[in-house]
Design a protein around this ligand. Structure first.
Ligand SMILES: [Zn+2]
Length: 222
């Protein structure tokens, strides 16, 4: 596979998420490649939503193995073409922005799967047991966190593309839209996410309100 070469701008924004959270750390960034979608995604019986971020790239990992990141160039090209038409943007810029968004999303999967400082074996395993919408919400939020409160023209354009994409995506990717008040509260979300990794079954609502939802259901049944 051909290596994906980071732009100075992507490196600048990666630095914004380098210290992902107090309980996350790493020695080296993950490997990144131009890849192709796995066969099960190419020949699936289930209709594919070509706007879903993980149809445009992937974080590929094993149960006890660090994953690598792939960006699927053909799919990103086709999707960027549609977005450019939808939003009246030029293709080249939209393509670069979409590569950026897919890259940061997959970085989010890598951080939340692999980079735990505390109880790392337990939490890496806990990540695999989380519902899809929890994993996707953390990855989607990572894109927002990479903007780091900046609001220059480039960031505004990327946010516009990100939200346009999210609105067309499948349900697990859309939960991020409920997290508007958390785009600047990385610490809170990550603390709650770590709780989910340790306890596993309070669901996505716990990320939003910090309430243990399986306990609430049990209380109502008393
Ligand atoms: Zn994802």
């Amino acid at each position: 596979m051909k290596a994906y070469r980071l732009s100075p701008d992507e490196i600048y924004h990666l630095k914004k998420i380098e210290r992902y959270g107090g309980t996350y750390s790493f020695q080296r960034w993950p490997e990144i490649y131009w890849g192709n979608p796995p066969k099960e995604l190419q020949f699936s019986d289930v209709p594919i939503n070509s706007y879903d971020t993980d149809m445009l790239g992937g974080y590929h990992s094993g149960k006890n193995a660090e994953g690598h990141i792939e960006l699927y160039q053909e799919r990103i090209t086709a999707c960027a073409d549609e977005i450019a038409i939808d939003l009246g943007l030029d293709f080249e810029t939209t393509y670069a922005d979409l590569c950026y968004i897919v890259l940061m999303h997959e970085m989010g999967h890598w951080f939340t799967h692999w980079c735990h400082k505390d109880a790392f074996q337990h939490r890496r395993n806990g990540y695999l047991l989380q519902p899809t919408e929890v994993k996707e919400t953390l990855a989607q939020l990572t894109v927002m966190w990479s903007f780091s409160r900046l609001s220059n023209a480039k960031v505004k354009r990327r946010k516009k593309i990100f939200f346009h994409l999210a609105e067309q995506q499948s349900q697990p990717y859309q939960h991020v839209l409920k997290f508007e008040s958390f785009y600047t509260k990385r610490g809170t979300v990550l603390r709650r996410f770590n709780d989910l990794l340790d306890e596993k079954d309070w669901g996505i609502e716990y990320l939003l309100d910090g309430r243990k939802h399986s306990d609430i259901v049990k209380d109502n049944n008393l």
